[in-house]
Design a protein around this ligand. Sequence first.
Ligand code: TYD
Length: 134
Amino acid sequence: MDKPRIIDLPKIFDPRGNLSFIENEKNIPFEIKRTYWIYDVPGGEKRGGHAYYHLQEFIVALSGSFDVVLHDGEKEFRFHLNRSYYGLYVPKMYWRELENFSTNSLALILADNDYNEDDYIRNFDNFKTIKNGK
Ligand code: TYD
């Protein structure tokens, strides 16, 4: 089973401004099928609060900062994202929440499949039951 992990992205330093990039299956461990972004988050709000049966994601703080809180059914892991040259790989079947958004933060999320509500687990107790095979 894949583990969540921070993945560093290429960073091309330039006095005119730096540049980073992601290429399909080279910098992240899946083929990108969809991208979406979360922005204009009011202070104190949270996004997420669900897991996916199959979807894998890669989350980058393109601007500002926020925390991604993951739960594997037993333990919680917190990742603080605040740079645009690395991101967090989130495998399938991790409960995930995004919180502590700074003002004007921008979360870019790359995903390996189309949006599909049937792939969501939106109840934490259900998630734990399924994940722990009970
Ligand atoms: P959701 O994934 O529940 O948001 P979050 O977990 O970040 O709070 O998505 C919120 C709504 O947006 C959901 O009702 C459906 C819609 N949506 C799409 O239509 N396409 C997408 O790619 C995403 C991510 C969401």
